[in-house]
Write a new protein. Structure first.
Length: 184
């Protein structure tokens, strides 16, 4: 089974940079248009990383990928003191996430080279929702391995629940019973 990990957040928070730092040890990236996709092995799991664009005009496209997500990586710029962007993205996740299974949300406070800690409002919001929280710096690579370890841990903990069929089983029928056939 392939597990879908969707990176979400506003424009310029470093979603693509985090992914590129992990994959290529590089931060030379350009803005994502709509959605980018990367397939990789993380430990013993096959995962798909979906790097979504944070621009409002692409939101209808990017949010369509939420329906198949197992894990959401909610990235924000640590310099932003308000939790408004996190609330907005979380609301969209809750609205559009799959009903067939419980998704995991990991909050990433990126750009720790600029500010080492996030605001009290953001810390409280993360704590109130009981989300995993990782501090990263895509420029230096700080926390990137820890983030991907948390992703692997989340899959390890939840993968059996995610393997459960998503549709109810069809009722069994007696093969020896005569079918009424079509009435047309």
């Amino acid at each position: 089974m392939r597990y879908n990990v969707v990176f979400v957040g506003n424009v310029g928070v470093g979603k693509t940079s985090i992914i590129q730092k992990y994959l290529n040890n590089s931060t030379a990236v350009s803005s994502t248009l709509a959605v980018d996709f990367v397939s990789l092995e993380l430990g013993k799991f096959n995962i798909s990383l979906w790097d979504t664009c944070g621009q409002e005009r692409f939101f209808a496209i990017t949010s369509s990928y939420f329906a198949r997500a197992h894990i959401f990586i909610l990235v924000h710029d640590i310099e932003e003191p308000s939790d408004t962007c996190l609330r907005k993205w979380h609301e969209e996740i809750v609205t559009k996430c799959p009903a067939r299974h419980e998704s995991v949300v990991i909050v990433v406070s990126n750009k720790t080279d600029l500010v080492p800690f996030c605001s009290d409002a953001i810390s409280k919001w993360i704590s109130d929702h009981d989300f995993d929280h990782v501090f990263t710096c895509a420029n230096t690579g700080t926390g990137i391995d820890k983030l991907f370890q948390k992703i692997e841990d989340a899959i390890t903990v939840n993968h059996f629940d995610w393997l459960v069929p998503t549709l109810p089983a069809l009722p069994s029928c007696d093969a020896s019973a005569v079918s009424p056939g079509c009435s047309c």
